[in-house]
Design a protein around this ligand. Sequence first.
Ligand SMILES: CC(C)(COP(=O)(O)OP(=O)(O)OC[C@H]1O[C@@H](n2cnc3c(N)ncnc32)[C@H](O)[C@@H]1OP(=O)(O)O)[C@@H](O)C(=O)NCCC(=O)NCCS
Length: 170
Amino acid sequence: MEYPKKYETHLTMKDGKELFLRPVLPEDAGLVKDFYDSLSERTKYLRFFIPKKEARTDRVQKFATVDYEKSMVIVALYQDAIVGAARYDWDDNEKCLELAETVRDNWQGKGLGTDLFRYIVKIAKENKYTEMTALILDENKNAFNILKKTIPGDLKISYEGNLIRVTFAL
Ligand SMILES: CC(C)(COP(=O)(O)OP(=O)(O)OC[C@H]1O[C@@H](n2cnc3c(N)ncnc32)[C@H](O)[C@@H]1OP(=O)(O)O)[C@@H](O)C(=O)NCCC(=O)NCCS
């Protein structure tokens, strides 16, 4: 699918900072690498569940190249740097739409994770998806809080070792 320009939007944070939210573009690979390499070990661990090293160029290129249908990535930009990213991917094996998001460490706790989550849920709905799944570490209270306070319906929860799979209707 073509780049969906209609998903470009502006977001004003509580402190007045203006962010630009838009679908990712292949030419964002460098920005994606900077974003990823800026993340603390803790943030990377909460996102990927294993210790991670520096971003590999082929990986970031892959992250930045999506079809905007089965995969969508929304990046939040501030002064030409990525400060947060939310993505969903259709998992054909599990037959579910999997969500993941990350906010730059010094931007956490300011509401951006919640806003990005609301925005990508809206996009998923517009694209006719009816259910979403998030896989989070059981210690990840912040991520769980976002789901709990934002999703009006029930959260279906199942445990997979130290991971919680949270599934909800859109
Ligand atoms: C989870 C994550 C995306 C949330 O982003 P965020 O911008 O911090 O989210 P918000 O500011 O909207 O806050 C979400 C909740 O966490 C709390 N919180 C987050 N960071 C906080 C901090 N540094 N201090 C205090 N509270 C914090 C908020 O108070 C809020 O809880 P509330 O709704 O009960 O008030 C972000 O913490 C992150 O990138 N974590 C690492 C990656 C990850 O865990 N991804 C999710 C699994 S894929």
